[in-house]
Design a protein around this ligand. Structure first.
Ligand code: ZN
Length: 310
């Protein structure tokens, strides 16, 4: 069994409009944009990262805003809900704020005793804010969000699957322990993680498969401390029969990817070197950062990218 996974590292989704995406995460949710770079395979598309002050693994929501992209269709074989943790008592604040800013799909609920507020992102993205006990994380309080309500990072992610058995087995292999079940949803939790430590599997028998588009999660990444831990995880996955990519340098972490039995793309990402490797903490996310191979084309790339504001 793998012992190196520390919870979620980041969640990467797709969006249509880049400026709208930037506005929603920095102004509505009050997160900090911690990196403005490009899709390493398509440099005319941004890769925007939002999180806490330094983009601590377990807090980082990232987006590829493709411009004119049709909305995805929610369904099975995807991460249906990306969950952010907020302090206990914060949901009233968020309900008012999200309603005032025109967010749709607001729905209060509870799961395994935790209060949650589901809402949709600008492209129909499935999100929830979950009240959770303080685990020593500090919220980034942008755009007038008070400290007692600020987003602390991820709580977890909920996957919707037609057949969750094989994914449950994989999570067990990755070090997650089965927690409780409520209705069709079973929670898995990692011990000794970074607080972004739950994965919920929702069994949707006969559900229609999701179609990826704007508002869909592209992949979820799990955190490992360093490259040595990542190499151990890669070996273990290969030994078990998973098709895992070679290690890819993403400038701010190293990544490996593999497709899971339920259809969701998983990544294992290192906590090193982090988002301050090429700009200081005070200015994170402001300048356009390009991987070295695209630097010669900076002027052209800057021309192609739409303005997104501060
Ligand atoms: Zn990723």
């Amino acid at each position: 069994m793998i012992k190196d996974i520390k919870g979620l590292h980041h969640v990467t989704s797709m969006a249509a409009d880049a400026a709208q995406n930037n506005r929603f995460f920095t102004e509505t949710l009050g997160l900090r944009r911690v990196k403005k770079t490009v899709n390493f395979d398509a440099p005319e598309v941004y890769h925007l990262y939002y999180g806490d002050e330094i983009g601590t693994p377990g807090s980082v929501m990232t987006y590829f805003p493709f411009g004119q992209m049709t909305q995805g269709r929610r369904g099975t074989g995807e991460v249906g809900v990306t969950e952010f943790a907020v302090p206990e008592g914060a949901l009233g604040f968020w309900k008012d704020r999200l309603a005032a800013q025109g967010a749709s799909g607001l729905k209060e609920d509870s799961f395994l005793g935790e209060k949650r507020l589901e809402f949709a992102g600008p492209d129909g993205d499935g999100f929830a804010l979950v009240e959770s006990a303080d685990r020593g994380r500090t919220a980034w309080t942008g755009a007038g969000v008070p400290e007692e309500a600020g987003i602390l990072g991820f709580h977890g992610a909920r996957m919707r699957l037609r057949d969750s058995a094989a994914t449950a087995e994989l999570l067990g292999f990755m070090g997650y322990q089965k927690d409780e079940t409520q209705g069709d949803v079973t929670r898995y939790r990692i011990e000794g993680g970074n607080a972004a430590d739950t994965i919920d599997l929702e069994a949707v028998s006969g559900g229609r498969a999701a179609a990826q588009g704007a508002g869909s999660v592209h992949h979820i990444a799990f955190a490992v401390e360093d490259r040595a831990a990542q190499a151990r995880v890669r070996e273990a996955l290969l030994d078990t029969g998973y098709q895992v990519t070679p290690v890819i340098d993403r400038d701010y972490f190293w990544a490996i990817y593999f497709r899971t039995p339920g259809g969701v793309l998983f990544e294992i990402a290192t906590n090193e070197p982090g988002f301050d490797r090429d700009e200081d903490t005070a200015h994170l996310g402001q300048a356009l950062k390009l991987p070295a191979r695209y630097e010669p084309y900076r002027a052209r790339i800057e021309e192609l990218l739409p303005p997104i504001g501060a």
